[in-house]
Write a protein that binds this ligand. Structure first.
Ligand SMILES: Cc1cc2nc3c(=O)[nH]c(=O)nc-3n(C[C@H](O)[C@H](O)[C@H](O)COP(=O)(O)OP(=O)(O)OC[C@H]3O[C@@H](n4cnc5c(N)ncnc54)[C@H](O)[C@@H]3O)c2cc1C
Length: 555
């Protein structure tokens, strides 16, 4: 053997690749998920085929690669063309466009409005839940376009409505009438404060009445504006009557670009495939939506749907993290056993599975109330309070959940090649946009203060589970007196919302889950037989059953 052969490694291999986990391919995020199928069976059976078709993409290797590429090759801002003309456009990687075509092609943005079947928001929720296990950046335009549809009710927006419902995504920068489909964004947040929209500085000046609506010119800025390449977007500006809602088209009626200056793109911690920008309005054309001075109320009516979508989205994200953690732990061995069978790991996985089911069921409870609220006053009250509640709780649970799922992967979870790193950076976002956690809790308190029947509807809803578990009964007793206690301020907001969320989740688990999941939830979350981190359940044989129930990738 020569020295050269030894140095080149030809003398022999250094090691074999052994005991690495199997890649998480070949599962269906809908059909393989017992809980999701049960929800669909009961509330929107007609949507099962659609959900199953989309579900295959979550486990599809090529689609997973698209998600990786779209997040690695992030959007680039082009302010000008090479001749110095303003462009204000964003270049996106082809993988982004493929994912957009996939999501819009599978009706993730539109099914609730086109189905004409009972359970349309549940059905659309199934698609969103599945999509949130495919790629999260695209979940922003699908969610916003879904929420925007009812806001385009004015007769002059008829063609917009048609384009918004289209399943043919069109990436071209053209006036919306020339495109096969349109996407919609929202621009509310300004530098001085995103939560308190009453402080909006942007101003609107009335120009003229046209067949397309009442035209105003906007001057001002927005500090956060995601998907600035959208075909149109809702925004807020001050008129003499106060904060007012407007719809801004990307192009003017004569085909020229509207005057929207993209200042820069945000360099974000997560959600990196999706462009988020800072913009300025320089006499930007906008159409009045609703009445002057009613802008915040108008935008909040859209927010009901974006908040529902984030409650579902964070539950979907947790489900993806759980699937990946289970897959890793079930296909790697340590100390002579499959990791998932090591008792401490079983405890963690079961604990995560319980949280995942509870979050999923709470989100779909809101979707059901949203479906029913047009004709059922009681459901409207439940939707009113449970939407911010579920948005608060699910989005807040997601980061802690994802951290634990990441650690189940050991060092591999922390490496960018593994999707867990992306999920980790994504997880905190849903708690921030569309109203932060504190805003959600304030909204829950506001809803109950404003109309005591909202509190009654909520307590009646959770009270349906009385008698099923003694820990739950005690929890409901305490919640009843806490909710009724007069307060001087909202310092108790998170504490009360936590208690309300657990009550709602327990009721949903009793109704839809396995007895061992419901009982372990009540013992740990309600009785307090639990610690401050996942994996602190009391060891019991049923933990294995809970893990088996949550397993979607069977080998
Ligand atoms: C990636 C990303 C994309 C975004 N995209 C968009 C977009 O497309 N369109 C858009 O309009 N916005 C967008 N936003 C902005 C987002 O909606 C705001 O950041 C959010 O609403 C919070 O506003 P703020 O950042 O001004 O924080 P602030 O309002 O200053 O709040 C800061 C903190 O104070 C808390 N707080 C505020 N008031 C109170 C109070 N009274 N009591 C207790 N706590 C309080 C909040 O909960 C928060 O924790 C985006 C944000 C991010 C991160």
């Amino acid at each position: 053997m020569t020295l050269a052969a030894n140095v080149s490694g030809a003398a022999g291999v250094t090691h074999q690749v052994l005991n690495q986990a199997e890649p998480a391919h070949g599962w269906n995020a809908f059909s393989d998920d017992k809980l999701l199928v049960a929800i669909a069976d009961r509330y929107a059976p007609w949507a099962k085929e659609k959900a199953a078709r989309l579900g295959t993409y979550a486990g599809d290797e090529a689609t997973q690669e698209l998600a990786r590429l779209a997040n690695k090759h992030t959007p680039e801002l082009r302010t000008h063309d090479r001749f110095g003309n303003r462009l204000d456009w964003v270049d996106l990687h082809p993988a982004w466009h493929e994912l957009m075509a996939l999501a819009f092609g599978h009706e993730v943005h539109s099914l609730a409005w086109t189905a004409g079947q009972p359970g349309a928001h549940v059905a659309r929720g199934l698609l969103s839940y599945v999509w949130n296990q495919i790629e999260h950046g695209v979940g922003c335009p699908t969610g916003m376009t879904y929420a925007a549809f009812p806001g385009l009710a004015q007769p002059e927006f008829a063609t917009w409505r048609e384009k918004v419902l289209s399943t043919r995504y069109d990436k071209r920068p053209l006036p919306y009438r020339q495109k096969t489909g349109a996407t919609i964004g929202y621009a509310m947040t300004e530098k001085q404060g995103g939560s308190d929209l009453r402080q909006t500085q942007t101003t609107a000046r009335f120009l003229e009445d046209t067949k397309d609506g009442r035209v105003y010119l906007l001057a001002g800025h927005k500090w956060f504006f995601s998907v600035p390449q959208s075909d149109g977007f809702f925004t807020l500006a001050q008129t003499r009557a106060g904060v007012t809602c407007f719809f801004v088209p990307g192009f003017l009626p004569d085909g020229a670009r509207n005057s929207l200056r993209i200042q820069r793109l945000k360099d974000k911690c997560g959600n990196r495939s999706n462009a988020s920008s800072e913009v300025e309005y320089h006499d930007t054309l906008a159409w009045l939506v609703g009445e002057e001075g009613h802008g915040i109320r108008e935008i909040l009516s859209h927010a009901h749907l974006t908040r529902l979508d984030f409650a579902i989205g964070s539950a979907g994200l947790m489900r993806q993290a759980l699937t990946l953690a289970l897959n890793h732990a079930q296909t790697r061995r340590s100390f002579g056993l499959v990791l998932a069978e090591q008792p401490m790991m079983t405890n963690i996985l079961a604990d995560l599975a319980i949280d995942s089911e509870a979050s999923t069921l709470m989100a779909f409870r809101v979707a059901r109330a949203t479906d029913a609220m047009q004709s059922d006053e009681e459901q409207r009250r439940i939707a009113r309070v449970a939407t911010p509640l579920a948005k608060f709780w699910n989005c807040k649970r997601a980061p802690a959940f994802v951290v634990e799922a990441l650690e189940c992967h050991g060092g591999n979870g922390f490496i960018e090649e593994n999707p867990m790193a992306r999920l980790y950076r994504e997880a905190p976002l849903n708690a921030i946009w569309e109203g932060t956690s504190n805003m959600m809790c304030m909204d829950v308190l506001r809803a109950m203060r404003k109309d005591p029947r909202v509190t009654e509807a909520f307590m009646a809803e959770v009270g349906r589970s009385r008698g099923a578990d003694r820990h739950l009964d005690r929890w409901l007793d305490r919640l009843g007196s806490d909710i009724a206690r007069p307060r001087n301020d909202d310092g108790h907001g998170r504490r009360l919302c936590n208690a309300m969320a657990y009550a709602l989740q327990a009721g949903e688990l009793r109704e839809h889950s396995a007895p061992e999941v419901f009982e372990t939830f009540c013992r740990s979350r309600l009785q307090g037989d639990w610690g401050y981190v996942f994996g602190t359940l009391d060891s019991a044989p049923e933990l294995k059953e809970i893990v088996a129930r949550a397993t979607v990738l069977r080998r």
